[in-house]
Design a protein around this ligand. Structure first.
Ligand code: HSE
Length: 540
């Protein structure tokens, strides 16, 4: 403990109290000693006086008196000693009590402060504290996506046919795909929209009677919302390789009776797309009205239209790409590395053993850097400190630090680290031009109207990449490409948070007959925002 400038007054007060107590203790001890000496001397002198006068009377009055004097002299001496003993005992007990009290005062933390201050005046450097009481102390001051560990409330499609994957001759003896639906499929089966999630999300896009908790797109999907469940039958599947009900590394391998861990086959965006179309087959949906996806989901929507051009009516890709850029791969590589160097990761076999929490937490902190933006943090936290009163140490000082720590902590135990490895790898590997002469050739398989939405503050899928995607789609021969550039502050996570921008664009594109619109004007987005705001779906 040390006195900082801010608590100088408290130090002075503590010092005064300690000095006064010490003076009182020393004075009491000294007085007690003097008193005991005086009392003993008085008793001894008084008794001696009585004994002297008694013996002179005995000598005058004969034997009887001598005999009486003799017996009397013995009783006086013993009573004197016992009085002295009683006085000494009482005083010694008192002294002990006083010494104990003095000891408590001198050893108290308050006295420690004082002694330290006496030895080392204000401002003396004594070395940093090394106990690092770093705690996640974040003020909940901004919007966050609703991610949950979803274990119930979804349906599961199971295929018992072997599911073949693109790489390494991978095969799964059976396939599970978890999914949730909202709205009604019409008689023609023509109003189905598949909503494709980002990496961390589950099938729980919106609350339902089976799971009342808010979904990750709660305000975007629903009656009157951007994806209007009064008009559309909405399906949200969990991705292959994930951990919320669909086959993934935490699933049990029926051959061994144990979780696959890293024996699970490598997964690609094409594989995830194929698994989702098996689900659509199972649901009897021949052709989707639309595929709407963000981030990994945007890759899936592009791939759906490329792999199954006759089965996708229109597609939306938000903050995504058709070919992962080295800068995004680098950001995901670091996250994977954090997990894989955690000794508890144990080459992916940690189920029922120690959990690689440290690596997972750090991975999510890095991921958060790529999901949000400097402008948002500037507005939300500025250079605000966690505790203005606290002296500066190597622990987090600024609110942004404790925000990252909080994000890492809260996500680290609701998502399977192996799923993060598999799905982030799938994103790295994505290249719609692979096997074709160019990206445009790969994109030319997409025949339906496309809307590309990008965000100016996205560092993971930067806005220039979105412009390039829209242009490459046009250059591939598609003359039904719409491009929106949003200036939201929420970076890559804008698709989860900005209902006015993203919601309006999505609703407009889904509910407008598609023509050869080319690059859409800002004027049209404003019109669509007004349209969206006038609907029953609650905005912000
Ligand atoms: N915050 C999102 C961003 C990537 O889509 C996630 O964690 O999945």
């Amino acid at each position: 403990m040390c006195c900082s400038v801010s608590c100088l007054h408290c130090c002075v007060l503590v010092a005064v109290v300690v000095v006064v107590l010490l003076v009182v203790v020393v004075t009491v001890v000294m007085v007690e000693v003097v008193v005991v000496i005086i009392v003993v001397v008085v008793i001894v002198v008084a008794e001696n006086g009585r004994s002297i006068s008694g013996s002179s009377r005995g000598r005058r009055n004969g034997n009887s008196i001598i005999g009486s004097s003799s017996s009397c002299s013995g009783s006086t001496s013993s009573s004197t000693s016992s009085r002295v003993v009683v006085v000494v005992v009482v005083v010694v007990v008192e002294e002990i009590v006083v010494v104990i009290v003095a000891h408590i005062v001198v050893e108290s933390p308050a006295a420690d402060v004082f002694q330290q201050e006496l030895k080392e005046p204000q401002g003396t450097f004594r070395g940093l504290e090394t106990d690092f009481p770093c705690l996640a102390r974040v003020k909940d001051s901004g919007p966050e996506p609703a991610y949950q560990n979803v274990t119930t409330g979804y349906k599961t499609f199971r295929s018992d046919k072997p599911f073949r994957l693109k790489l390494n001759n991978g095969v799964l003896p059976q396939l599970d795909v978890a999914y949730e639906t909202w709205g009604e499929l019409n008689k023609e089966g023509s109003n189905a929209i598949i909503v494709l999630a980002g990496m961390s999300a589950s099938s729980h896009a919106r609350s339902s009677v089976d799971n009342m908790r808010p979904g990750w797109w709660e305000r975007f999907v629903g009656p009157g919302c951007a994806v209007d469940t009064n008009k559309f039958f909405v399906i949200c599947p969990n991705s292959l390789g994930g951990c919320y009900g669909t086959s993934g590394p935490s699933s049990i391998n029926e051959l061994t009776g144990k979780p696959y861990g890293t024996t699970f086959p490598i997964v690609t965006v094409e594989d995830i797309t194929n698994s989702m179309f098996q689900l659509l087959d199972h649901l009897g949906i021949e052709k989707l009205y639309g595929a709407v996806g963000s981030s990994l989901g945007g890759m899936l929507s592009l791939q759906s239209a490329a792999s199954f051009p006759d089965r996708v009516g229109r597609l939306i890709s938000i903050s995504s790409c058709a070919q992962s850029h080295p800068s995004s791969i680098a950001m995901r590589y670091l996250q994977r590395k954090c997990i894989m160097v955690d000794p508890n990761w144990n080459k992916g076999h940690y189920y029922n053993l120690a959990y690689p929490k440290v690596g997972m937490k750090l991975a999510r902190e890095i991921a958060t850097l790529t999901y949000r933006s400097g402008p948002e943090w500037g507005m939300r936290f500025g250079r605000g400190r966690i505790n203005d009163e606290e002296s500066v140490s190597l622990c987090p000082t600024f609110l942004i630090e404790s925000y990252l720590e909080h994000q890492g902590e809260s996500f680290s135990t609701i998502y399977d680290p192996n799923s993060l490895l598999y799905l982030s790898k799938a994103m790295d590997m994505y290249d719609i031009g692979e096997g074709f002469d160019s990206l445009e050739d790969g994109l030319s398989r997409i025949k339906c109207p496309v809307m590309v939405v990008g965000v100016q503050t996205d560092v993971l899928f930067p806005i220039w990449q979105q412009r390039e995607l829209a242009k490459a789609l046009q250059d591939s021969g598609n003359n039904q490409v719409t491009f929106y550039e949003l200036n939201s502050i929420y970076g890559h996570d804008t698709f989860l948070l900005d209902l006015n921008g993203v919601g309006a664009a999505v609703k407009g594109f889904l509910e407008t007959e598609q023509r050869n619109v080319g690059i859409i004007s800002k004027h049209r987005l404003k019109q669509q925002q007004k349209q969206t705001q006038s609907t029953a779906c609650p905005l912000n």
